[in-house]
Design a protein around this ligand. Sequence first.
Ligand SMILES: [Zn+2]
Length: 455
Amino acid sequence: MDKIVALSKRRGFIYPGSELYGGLANTYDYGPVGAELLRNIRNLWWDTFVHKRDDIVGIDASLISHQEIWKASGHTAGFADAMIDCKNCKFRIRADHLIENAIGKNVEGLSPAEMSSIIKENNIVCPNCSENKGDKWTQVRKFNLLFPVQMGIVEGDQGLAYLRGETAQGMFVNFKNVTDSTRVRLPFGIAQLGKSFRNEITPGNSVFRTLEFEQGEIEYFFDPKKTDWEKLFEEWKKAMWEFVTETLGVKKENLRWREHTDEERSFYSKRTEDLEYKFPFGFKELWGLAYRTDYDLSQHQKHSGKELTIVDPHTNEKILPHVIEPAVGINRLFLMVLADAYVEEEKRTVLKLDPKIAPYKIAVFPLLANKEELVKRARGVYEDLRQNYMVAWDDRGNIGKRYLYQDEIGTPYCVTIDFDTLEKDDSVTVRNRDTAQQERVKIADLKDYFKMKLV
Ligand SMILES: [Zn+2]
């Protein structure tokens, strides 16, 4: 992991946030190649799940959102409770539940400090791991996981809004708007790609867990009487698996499915499974898939007082749809592809990124930077290839150093214009990143060559 973090900084994938001023914990900035990689992942996700499907539409909701949304979703109520964390396994539980379950005592109205001492005095063990025998708890704390935003000049509750804690609520609160303004019919999905914010106290590994993160979420609505949810669930598992293995080119052996236990699953969910990736720090959640019944829409119906049912055009029956939610962290996909592509060989470090997501597809070099004819010919090839691909230009240092640099940012092909190009046959050297093999290709054939190689 340290090596991936070092490479990320060295080559401009990820920098620590606010570094010039000493850094700001759990924030990161994406550098020039990182921004390209992130954008490629995002675009592929949107292309796969929105553009290439006729049953899913996309929205882009506001980051600043009404406090009532988060009351209805349970985020402010749940997150403002007194919580305690196991220092050993990071398990977080409401302190009152922990005490009640362990010793049957009702602690309603007690302060966090009072609850802390009860837990200590009774040596309450962690229900999630055997290591914490009551001696590895944090203090009981009240905290709100959502970032409050004070709007306007009115102090107090009226001007209070929140930065969204998940993109999902944007789909639920716009459910009526979407069904009223489009031609969608059940079953259909609403997708969103964008940032969410959580004031987490548990630090993450690099961009694995951060205060500000990007989500790709889909709420897939269906009528439970007409659609078999178990079949739909399996279809989504397949779609998620294919996106990670085929579209992003990640190795299958580093992935696994894990079903949530009854304790960790939300009470309204009938089934939740996580697609996990084997990060350098262990198997961790990448992409969650949950059948959430009609819980979210019914909560918003209750809190807003507005009806969110839709009418079945055949039977005229009112339906409150159920929902299956595939939710992925885009930054986790980013960290996964870096980890999965990172290879150390005897004389070089290579990022064997799938060409579809590589920041640059091709790099073009003139053999020497001070020979005008070489530079001019190379510049022509560069300008030509740029019409179709993201192409890097490099005329600094020697060829060996340029190769090492491009290997570390995952550029699949390097094209060198040398004296043979000018004097012999108008062909160039094309070097393959993964094999380091070189071959001569005529300039006139380059476009067709890359059309074949970069699908
Ligand atoms: Zn524990």
